[in-house]
Design a protein around this ligand. Structure first.
Ligand code: GAP
Length: 460
């Protein structure tokens, strides 16, 4: 098995799992997942041929497909199926005044401590004992604040360069474009602005595979409300978020809510609930729900001098709306979906590893096989069925490598819910063998009914 360092050393000192045996099993599980992700083209180490770059990972063909399936489902649930949330795709680079107004220049920092002996750096708030280095036992220096925004420069004339930041959160795009949405779309309160996109944070200690990284995708929206309704709407979104986790196939025991106490919330939040998923390293944050009050709009009014208030068309009342923010880390969702799906069992007397993805999330929905690859009549028939199915269900593959047993194992390992084999009977009676991933059960199905049958099973 490929052994990849996933950064458990730091987590070990922090893990709430008191039972070492259980912890080792979880560490082994994470290593198996990292190995499967690389072997099958889900996730690769960033810049691997140059020795990698800490906190960066690349998504391979299956990783991209799985990520898009999660993102599309999210967009459908929170944007397309609703009448009150509008999409946005704002720029990653923004005028640096945005980050002064938002409080990120002054406040988006983590406490950092450095070991005087081995020089490794740690987040002080992640350590149980901040006097001793968890790596070498050396003395740790005094904690100091470390701003997590990446800086770069804009401009082509030397000396005229302007320092800008890679956005550390997407929310500011929604606040800065608030007036544009109001002026062009005239939405009535309450309404939301949603985005999916990439953000960048110079994490002190990236770790646990794709869990804590330095660039990642977020799915989030700002939901603008009247101040007086924040508690009611907070409960509303809290329930919708729980519904979202169910739609990914998570059980109640997989996700728990954590109320963030006073003094520990982000600088803009009056109330935050984090949602924690049961990851192998520990229960940890997958998303959150924050009440950002009118903090951001008010600060942008003050710093830009532009009026960002809302005019009620019925009452002519003018005010600055308050905001609720449901946020979801896309990479952490992908990891959670893989962790949940990872299964080892025995089928037909043989051990196997497979990903039990819910069919609507699976990166490959079905694989089409000709029984034998050296029989042109079977290959031609299988290709025809493949082409017809692919126009309706694009995420399918044609596979004629190796024997049927090997093909099943390969598809099981990437979580393909159905394998369809075209054999000599197909030429006679136009039926195919449909094999179920989880049970290995095989049934004969008319080829003409395949599309309707699979579409029905893929319906969410
Ligand atoms: N606009 C609010 C916001 O950005 P956040 O809690 O800082 O809130 C949102 O981040 C989500 O992004 C988190 O719930 C988590 O899922 C994900 N996330 C945060 N830091 C991350 C990191 N370093 N690597 C991967 N995902 C991260």
């Amino acid at each position: 098995m490929l052994r990849v360092k996933v950064g458990f050393q730091t987590a070990w000192t922090l893990s709430p799992l008191s039972n070492k045996k259980e912890y080792m099993a979880q560490e082994e599980l994470m290593e198996k997942i990292v190995s499967l992700c690389k072997r099958r083209g889900f996730v690769f180490q960033g810049s691997e041929i140059y020795g990698g770059l800490a906190g960066t990972w690349d998504y391979g063909p299956l990783g991209v497909a799985l990520k898009k399936n999660i993102e599309n489902l999210w967009w459908r649930m929170f944007v397309d199926s609703r009448d009150d949330i509008y999409g946005l795709d704002s720029a990653i680079l923004m005028n640096p005044k945005v980050w002064e107004a938002s409080g990120h220049v002054g406040g988006f920092s983590d406490p950092l401590v450095q070991c005087e002996k081995c020089k490794r750096r740690f987040r002080a708030d992640h350590l149980e004992d901040i006097s001793k280095c968890p790596n070498c036992g050396g003395k740790l220096g005094e904690p100091r604040q470390f701003n997590m925004m990446f800086k770069t420069t804009v401009g082509s004339v030397e000396g005229d360069d302007m320092t800008v930041y890679l956005r550390p959160e997407m929310a500011q795009g929604m606040f800065v474009d608030f007036k544009n949405i109001i002026d062009s779309y005239h939405p009535k309160l309450p309404f939301g602005i949603a985005q999916v996109g990439r953000v960048f944070r110079n994490e002190i200690a990236p770790r646990d595979f794709i869990f804590r990284v330095r660039e990642f995708d977020l799915m989030e929206f700002e939901y603008f409300i009247r101040e007086g309704e924040w508690e009611e709407k907070f409960e509303y979104w809290r329930e919708r978020m729980q519904g979202w986790f169910k739609s990914l196939g998570f059980d109640e025991s997989d996700v728990k809510e954590v109320e963030i106490p006073d003094g520990e919330r982000a600088h803009y939040s009056k109330r935050t609930i984090d949602f924690h998923f049961r990851y192998p390293h520990k229960f940890d944050e997958i998303g959150g729900l924050a009440y950002r009050t009118d903090f951001d709009l008010k600060n942008h009014i003050e710093h830009s001098g532009i009026d960002l208030s809302y005019l009620d068309p019925n009452t002519n009342e003018k005010f600055v709306p308050h905001v609720l923010e449901p946020t979801f880390g896309l990479g952490r969702h992908l990891l959670a979906v893989i962790v949940k799906a990872y299964t080892e069992d025995e089928l037909g007397g043989e051990k196997r590893t497979f990903l039990k993805f819910p069919p609507h999330l699976a990166p490959v929905k079905a694989a089409i096989f000709p029984l034998l690859k050296n029989k042109p009549e079977l290959v031609e028939k299988a290709r025809g069925i493949y082409r017809a199915l692919k126009t309706e269900i694009p995420q399918i593959v044609f596979d004629d490598n190796g024997n049927i047993g090997k093909r099943y194992r390969r598809q099981d390992e990437i979580g393909t819910p159905w394998c369809i084999t075209i054999d000599f009977d197909t030429l006679e009676d136009a039926t195919v063998t449909l094999r179920e991933r989880d049970s290995g059960e095989q049934t004969r199905v008319p080829a003409a009914e395949l599309t309707a049958l699979l579409l029905e099973r893929l319906r969410v």
